[in-house]
Each structure stands twice: as C-alpha cells, then as structure tokens.
Design a protein around this ligand. Structure first.
Ligand code: CDP
Length: 208
C-alpha cells in the first residue's frame, strides 16, 4: 500500500503524513528532508548551491540515518533545498531510495512535491494538500517562533512564495497535482479536522 501526499511549502502535509502513517500502521518518509540534507551538506561545506556536480555527489552519498537533524528544518535550508531540487542529477540520485522506501510492507506514506506524479505514479491513494499562502506562512511562522528562530511573518511569507514558484516552475518533476489526486484544502481546517478529512478520502479511495 502506497499513500502519496504532495503539496506546496508549509501546507501541513508533513504533519498529516505522519499522522496518516500512524493511523494505518505504515512507515513515513518526508522526502523534503532528502533535498534539505543535500542543501545542508553543501551549505556546511561552503560549496556554491549552483555546483551541480557537488550537489549530485552529496545526493549520492546522503546518509538516510541523519535525516532527524533539527537544523535541516531551518528556513534557509528549505530555500537552498529548492535550488538543488531543480537539478535532474540530484533528483535521479534520490529516486531509488524513495522507491525502495515506498515498496515496504505493509505500506508506506511519502510526502513531497512529485510523489504522485514521478516517484510513485502507481500509488494506491494520492492527496494534494493546499492552503492559502497567508495561512501557510502563519503556520510556519508560529512553528519557527515556537522553536526560538528569529523570523518575521513577512519574511516567511516571502520565502514560501518564492519557493512555491521555483518548485512549480522547474523543468524536472515540478510540483503538480497528479491527474488522479484528491485535493484537500486546509485553509479553514485545524489539524484534527484535516486529519479526519484526509483519512476519510483515503479510505474511500482504497475501499476500506
Ligand atoms: O516542509 P516544507 O513544505 O517547507 O518543505 P519540504 O517538503 O521540506 O521541501 C523542501 C524543498 O525540497 C521543496 O521546496 C522542494 O524544492 C524540494 N522537494 C522536492 O523537490 N521534491 C520533493 N519530493 C520534496 C521536496
């Protein structure tokens, strides 16, 4: 069983994916962390983000055991991730890891931008999570302030807008709604209501 969850920055897909995985007893992979890890590796070694060869090398030598590093979640790393995520070689290097994860029994939930379209086009259920950009920015701002990060609401909003544009506009595996994806707009939904709605959609789709 494969559940694909895509959507723009800070749409709540990560939280939903974890909760959905817990509900069904599946493993969960936040694929954004893979791109964040590649970018973080480049930043920490002072390598230009435009260095395609170095980015591909970082992607090929990525250690999945280190994806729980909290510094991967910093806003600057998200922005840098969307720069290296445009590179076909980086995306190709991360594909097997994602597909192997998806193949595990009894099931897997993956969240990202291209899970339903490129990584797992055969997924049993696909959700595309959206919310108004101002609401997404507010949620991400609250999350970062809660962690003591010195951010402003306007800064977070601007970063999310630029990242969405880059992710949707790139040539390779752009963020897109798969033809058979179910849309869930969480603008007016708190996490509990969004979770209930998501589980309802998935169950209907997989016939449970
Ligand atoms: O958590 P948030 O929504 O802010 O972002 P993320 O899911 O951690 O993804 C960070 C960046 O990685 C995105 O802006 C994309 O550029 C890239 N990404 C991607 O290209 N493909 C994916 N499947 C997941 C993330």
């Amino acid at each position: 069983m494969i559940i694909a969850i895509d959507g723009p920055a800070a749409s709540g897909k990560g939280t939903l994916a974890r909760r959905i995985a817990g509900h069904f007893g599946y493993q969960c992979l936040d694929t954004g962390l893979l791109y964040r890890a590649v970018a973080h590796d480049m930043l920490s070694r002072n390598i230009s983000l435009e260095d395609t060869q170095a980015a591909e090398w970082a992607a090929r030598s990525l250690d999945p055991a280190r994806l729980d590093d909290p510094s991967l979640r910093l806003p600057g790393v998200g922005n840098a991730a969307s720069v290296v995520a445009r590179m076909p070689g980086v995306r190709a290097a991360l594909l097997d890891l994602q597909r192997n994860f998806a193949a595990q029994e009894p099931g897997a939930v993956l969240d990202g931008r291209d899970i339903g379209t490129v990584v797992c086009p055969e997924a049993d259920a696909k959700l595309f999570i959206t919310a108004a950009v101002e609401v997404r920015a507010r949620r991400r701002y609250d999350e970062l302030i809660g962690r003591g990060e010195p951010v402003t609401y306007e800064g977070v909003l601007d970063e999310i807008r630029r990242r969405d544009q880059r992710d949707a506009g790139r040539a390779e595996a752009p963020m897109a709604v798969a033809a058979d994806a179910m849309l869930l707009d969480t603008t007016n939904l708190a996490i509990e209501a969004a979770f209930d709605a998501a589980v309802g959609l998935i169950k209907r789709k997989i016939g449970q």
